[in-house]
Every structure is written in structure tokens, then in C-alpha cells.
Design a protein around this ligand. Structure first.
Ligand code: IFM
Length: 448
């Protein structure tokens, strides 16, 4: 019996995303995605790398699923590349794309590994970006047509469906601060895109309920706690509240409470932002009942009031805590606080931590091994907090480490390693790190 025993049937998993691992960017009839375009345009990626090959999962999925099996992973989270299914975004379905995912899902199934499939993890078809992308309200219909094909053609092999991954990154990083594709800098456009993401999410749930498929469907939101930098300073307290409403409630409230955060919207309007065009019936589409809440979380925000920061008047500062190679501070108690906060506010019947993990500066040592004690320590500490929350009644049913293998970390390219499996990008050699073996034992013991 472990000191920290998890409930029977706890779903230990690991996560990935199409653009970050697949490569084969123009193989098998795939169309161009916004990330292909973004990376192929110089100046966007810190280390000038591109995701053309990444981990070459497109050709090596058999080997990777073999490693998953060896480690005893129960659930593998992957995403579908929209332009692999619809090279033009809409219209003709690319059968080779469907076959690729059917093969992957079948292989997982044959190895006794459950699949959790994200339908959108940021690689929009470029053809749809050319029509405005997430800033165009029509995208909810484009998404509806796309997911219908996924349900029809892959539905028999999928164990869990996730509509969108971290939609706030799609809207804010993509349309406001421009760090992600398509790289715009327009806050009001980002707010409008957020609303369209929510509509697309709702459309996907609506279509799903018509299919009669039995798997669970939910969404993955990234959230984190915001604490005032100076807990005695009134302005910091208010700024932290605003910051948290922006990072958590902007998507959480409309989906789970059927309304947008009013105070936040009033503040944004006062500061000159244009609020989204919300039409009659939109909120009903957005707030349909979900089977679970998918949570991604990595760090906490410590917020100082700063009027000069438009539009939120909030600045997140470092506190001197240890940080990972992504420069994200390690604050495991933030996981506990967040789980309690979500449970209290949204009361989901089931919660899955669909991502949590650490970037570390790992390399293969002379003995051919990868020692990554900091990643082990990070996951260990965060899991202790998850365990505590479960003990207090928060219905966390699964935990997925981000990431299964090192991969293409968006604007940071190949320079940040989040994997439990090391990837040598020159040779594509895989080396499970110590964390992979540690996690494998956690799974076997259902605790630690
Ligand atoms: O790599 C990303 C992933 O695509 C989404 N969640 C956060 C991870 C680490 O930055």
C-alpha cells in the first residue's frame, strides 16, 4: 500500500498534440496549417526551428505506442490535425488522413491503451485563416462540419473526446500578443475570437449528442490561480481578481455557468476594449452539459496592479520560487487551490487533469540514460496536491503528464523539453528518461 494511494480505476495518462509531434507536414495529402505558415515565415520561433518533422510520429507511431505500452500508460491523449482531414479546411475529406488516425487509434486499442482525442489543438487549416480564422463567426459551422466527420469516421475507436485545447491560448496568444499563429496584435479581435471558439465548442457538443456515441465529451481549459503580489495591497488584490477572471472565468463561466463574467467585461469596456458580439441563442449553445472538465495547469500568477498594462491593469511577477526550464515557477499548492476553486465554482461531475508537467534541460548521459530528477520532483509534488484535493471530495478521475515525449514547443521551437521520453531530433532516437520509469511505477502501484 502506497502512502499516497489513488482511487481504483484512476486514469494515468500522458498527452501530446498533432503539430508538436507528428511531422509529415505535407505528407499523405495534408493541407497547410497556420503553424506551418507561421514557422516557415522567419522571425517567429525562438530557435528558428520548424515543426516539419518534429518527432516524426507520423511514421513512428508504432514505436511510440510500443513505449507507451511498456510503461503501462493507461490513457494516451493525442490531437487530430484538422488540415490532415480537410486539407482545404472544408469540402473534401482526405481519406489518407482518416486512415492515419484510424491506424493510430487501432494500435492504441490493440495495446490496451485508451485514447483521449482533442479535436483542435491549434493547427487550423491555413485556408480557413485566409477567411479570417477564429475571428470569423462562420468558423463555428466549419468546425461543426469537421467534427461530424471525426465522429462518423473515428467514433468507434475513441474513448474520450475533447473539443478544444486551451482556447484562451488560441485567442489571446494568437490574436492579442501574437506569440502564436496567426500572430495578430488586436485585443478586441482576440475577445471576438474567444466567443467564436466557445461557439465552435458548443457546436461540437451539440453534434456529438446527436450521434449516439457513448464516449465522454468535454473541453480542456488551462487555468491557474492568481494571487495578489502584496496580499495587503488593495489594488493588487483587485488586479489579481481581474487577472484570474480573465485567465479562468472568461471561458469557464460561459461554459459551466452560462454567462460571461460581468465585472470583468465592464472593466474591459471602460478601458476601451470592444466586447464580443454575442447573439441570441449563443449562450445556450456554449453552455451545454459536459461529461467532464479537462484542466491544464502548470504555474500560478502573482499579480501587481499596473495601470500601464492594457487592458487588464495587471502585471504577473516572479516570487523567487524555483522555476522550470520554461521559466514557470513551481508552486504545487496552486494545483490544490485551483482544484478546490473549480470544484466550488463549476462543480463538474468529473475532472481530468489533461496536462501538467515540466520543461527541463535534459540530455542523454555517457551511460545512454537521461536523469531528470527535477521533473520527477515536480510531478511528485503536484500529485501530492491532487491527492489531497481528491481526499477532500474533488472528483479528479485522471492525470496526464505533459508530455509523453520531447516535442515542438510552439514559439520556443525544439528548445524546451517537456517529455518523459527524450527525442534526439537528428536521429529520432527515443530514450525514456528516469521520470518515465518513475511514472510507470506510480501507475503500477496506483500511487507512490
Ligand atoms: O506544449 C504546450 C501544449 O501544447 C499546451 N499546454 C501547455 C504545453 C506546454 O507549454
Amino acid at each position: 500500500m502506497s502512502a499516497y494511494q489513488f482511487p481504483e480505476g484512476f486514469e494515468w495518462g500522458t498527452a501530446t498534440a498533432s503539430y508538436q509531434i507528428e511531422g509529415g507536414w505535407n505528407a499523405g495529402g495534408k493541407g497547410e496549417s497556420i503553424w506551418d505558415r507561421f514557422c516557415h515565415t522567419p522571425g517567429h520561433i525562438h530557435d528558428d526551428s520548424v515543426g516539419d518533422t518534429a518527432c516524426d510520429f507520423y511514421h513512428r507511431y508504432g514505436e511510440d505506442i510500443g513505449i507507451l505500452k511498456e510503461l503501462g500508460i493507461k490513457v494516451y491523449r493525442l490531437s487530430i490535425s484538422w488540415p490532415r482531414i480537410f486539407p482545404e479546411g472544408t469540402g473534401a475529406v482526405n481519406k489518407e488522413g482518416i486512415d492515419f488516425y484510424r491506424n493510430v487509434l487501432q494500435r492504441l486499442h490493440d495495446n490496451g491503451i485508451k485514447s483521449a482525442v482533442t479535436m483542435y489543438h491549434w493547427d487550423l487549416p491555413q485556408k480557413l485563416q485566409d477567411r479570417g480564422g477564429w475571428a470569423n463567426r462562420e468558423i463555428a459551422d466549419w468546425f461543426r462540419a469537421y467534427v461530424k466527420v471525426l465522429y462518423e469516421r473515428l467514433g468507434d475507436l475513441v474513448d474520450t473526446w475533447i473539443t478544444l485545447n486551451e482556447p484562451i491560448c488560441t485567442s489571446m496568444a494568437g490574436y492579442w500578443y501574437g506569440e502564436h499563429a496567426p500572430g495578430y496584435h488586436d485585443y478586441s479581435m482576440a475577445l471576438q475570437a474567444s466567443h467564436h471558439l466557445l461557439l465552435a465548442h458548443g457546436a461540437a457538443v451539440e453534434e456529438y449528442r446527436k450521434t449516439g456515441l457513448k464516449a465522454d465529451i468535454g473541453i480542456t481549459l488551462n487555468m491557474n490561480m492568481s494571487y495578489p503580489f502584496d496580499p495587503k495591497n488593495r489594488a493588487d488584490i483587485e488586479a489579481a481578481k481581474r487577472n484570474q477572471e480573465h485567465s479562468n472565468n472568461l471561458f469557464g463561466d460561459p461554459i459551466f455557468l452560462g454567462k460571461y463574467p460581468e465585472e470583468l467585461f465592464a472593466y474591459l469596456e471602460k478601458r476601451g476594449a470592444v466586447l464580443p458580439d454575442i447573439r441570441q441563442g449563443d449562450i445556450e449553445i456554449i453552455s451545454q452539459k459536459l461529461d467532464f472538465f479537462g484542466l491544464n495547469t502548470y504555474f500560478t500568477d502573482h499579480v501587481k496592479a499596473d495601470e500601464s498594462r492594457w487592458p487588464l491593469g495587471a502585471l504577473s511577477l516572479k516570487t523567487g520560487r524555483p522555476h522550470t526550464d520554461a521559466d514557470w515557477e513551481v508552486n504545487p499548492e496552486g494545483m490544490y487551490d485551483l482544484l478546490k476553486w473549480i470544484h466550488g465554482r463549476y462543480k463538474p461531475q468529473k475532472l481530468i487533469i489533461t496536462e501538467n508537467g515540466a520543461a527541463c534541460n535534459d540530455w542523454v548521459n555517457l551511460e545512454g540514460k537521461v536523469s531528470d530528477p527535477n521533473r520527477i520532483d515536480y510531478i511528485h509534488r503536484y500529485l501530492i496536491q491532487v491527492h489531497k484535493a481528491i481526499g477532500e471530495g474533488v472528483p479528479v478521475k485522471g492525470y496526464y503528464v505533459w508530455c509523453f515525449c520531447d516535442n515542438f514547443e510552439w514559439a520556443w521551437g525544439l528548445s524546451r523539453r517537456f517529455g518523459m521520453v527524450h527525442v534526439d531530433y537528428a536521429t529520432q532516437k527515443r530514450t525514456p528518461k528516469e521520470s518515465a520509469y518513475w511514472y510507470s511505477k506510480v501507475i503500477r502501484d496506483n500511487g507512490f
